[in-house]
Design a protein around this ligand. Structure first.
Ligand SMILES: [Zn+2]
Length: 256
């Protein structure tokens, strides 16, 4: 089973990918249009602020076969990078203290409710969660979180189902760091540097075929904006073609 996910950020001033390819939400529409061609279900995690910035665009997203989950209100706010640095220094977690996390999750949830939507699933921006995040999400009625990278089977943690991403993540694999031979190890690639997009696609295919053979779920994160920056979705079309061989589901449709 394929669980394809993507993160969609609000129009945050000056992110390098947005400078090249425009807003995340516009690229999310192009992404879903391609998935529609190939009959693939997906989940997009949106900043709460996205839902307030452009209600019309969000409604357009909802006309596709997609689940919308939460992705913090606005990446920790206008001082996001500095704030997450301070949070890590003081609280050991980039998502900050419990009171901040609760406030942010509630604010995001409210943005969903204002559009008549229920926030069933969640991913913290930059995978910044800790144990407290899950507890708060359970209290707020969120049942699914996909926020860990690595070969960990989906698991239930006191009322919330974790779906770890077990396929190398696009942006950290192909866009950051140096191109080095040791990066070709699919998991090392997430931390040690960059590989070519085509090589990443080969790894992705290999791992998914292997998972399917062994009856394991494949949980992917591929960002719409990253696919736009890379080659205006050319590689993504090939990926979608490949994924369409297998059955796909949304995060909150997870079944053991
Ligand atoms: Zn993010």
């Amino acid at each position: 089973m394929i669980y394809l996910t993507g993160d969609v950020h609000c129009a945050s001033g000056g992110h390098w990918e947005q400078k090249i390819a425009g807003q995340d939400i516009d690229n999310a529409v192009k992404y879903l249009e391609i998935l529609k061609e190939f009959n693939i279900s997906s989940t997009l995690f949106l900043n709460g602020k996205c839902l307030e910035e452009d209600r019309q665009k969000v409604k357009e997203l909802l006309s596709y076969d997609v689940e919308i989950g939460g992705h913090t209100y606005d990446n920790f706010g206008s001082m996001g990078v500095i704030k997450s640095y301070i949070f890590r220094k003081i609280w050991g977690c980039i998502y900050g203290p419990v009171w901040y996390q609760r406030m942010d999750i509630k604010k995001t949830k409210r943005a969903f409710e204002k559009l008549g939507l229920t926030m069933k699933s969640w991913r913290t921006h930059s995978f910044g969660s800790n144990k407290k995040t899950s507890e708060i999400l359970v209290q707020e009625g969120v049942g699914y979180i996909s926020d860990i990278v690595g070969e960990v089977k989906p698991f239930d943690d006191r009322g919330i189902i974790h779906l770890p991403m077990n396929i190398p993540v696009d942006v950290v694999t192909i866009a950051y760091g140096e191109l080095k031979p040791e990066s070709k190890n699919p998991f090392a690639s997430c931390t040690k540097g960059r590989i070519n997009p085509e090589e990443w696609f080969e790894i992705l295919k290999g791992r998914i075929d292997e998972n399917e053979k062994n009856n394991r779920d494949s949980i992917l994160l591929i960002h719409p904006i990253t696919m736009a920056v890379l080659d205006d979705f050319d590689l993504f079309k090939k990926i979608a073609g490949f994924l369409s061989k297998y059955e796909s589901r949304k995060i909150s449709e997870f079944e053991k």
